[in-house]
Design a protein around this ligand. Sequence first.
Ligand code: AHM
Ligand code: MG
Length: 284
Amino acid sequence: MADVVDGVFDAVAGAAPDVRAGLPERRAKRDAENVSGDTQLEADVWADDLLFDRTESIEGVNWYASEERDAIVTVGDADEGYAVALDPLDGSSNVKSNNPCGTVVGVYDQPLPAPGSSLVAAGFVLYGPTTTMVVARDGEVREYLVDEDGDRTDLGTVELPEDPTVYGFGGRVPEWTEDFEAFVRDVEDDLKLRYGGAMIADVNQVLVYGGAFGYPGLQSAPEGKLRAHFESMPMAYVVETAGGASSDGSGSLLDLEPQRLHERTPTFVGNERVIDDLEAALPD
Ligand code: AHM
Ligand code: MG
């Protein structure tokens, strides 16, 4: 297992400079056509293709799944092995406004759909002022600086600060449920709003400053926006391994057993006491 997880995160770190290098062009040409008349590939699809190429031949990775593909792809020939699940460019609408975005990675020990309990490692790359990669595995979370060659410098372990400081919750306020809105009004008394529209960046600041990030179920979309396999469960794995908590509103996201590849779920991660308050505020 260790070799497979190493292979996945080496490949994702190796791809990070290429993903990063391709973003300015996609921002500049977002509405344009290239010289040969082709419309620019959506940044998400382009990043998905790049990451598929880098991960599909890793020994022990037998399935590839991503937010950008309708179905899981079998890339190995064994009956057992690991599945890599990616959100190749999370927060891609931030490319237009030059705000951060990232890549989410989940490594499951079975093909998807798969329960949160089958995650063996998870992490993300954050394309911010610097490129960093955060990896949760074997009971600890580590942050790495990724250089222009894809080589990593270990920046040490990541643990959620004891005291929460920042919060960010998605969805339009009129779409929130009354119970959730009442919970947020209490949170606002203590914490400072920081919401940037890219889950990775928003969760990373929770890891640095303490606090909570969430995307709730909405009146028009009770499951919310975020996808269980590609976003919610991997980020929950990171935050829980760093000493925090996660919830879908009633229990840990790692207890979820999604039945569909692209299933969505209300998603909350952060300091345990904020997540406990959230669960107490929402109906069972
Ligand atoms: P995406 O994978 O299509 O980029 O969507 C997920 C993103 C998350 O990163 C972020 O938390 C959320 O969408 C933001 O949504 P909104 O614009 O509704 O605030
Ligand atoms: Mg996403």
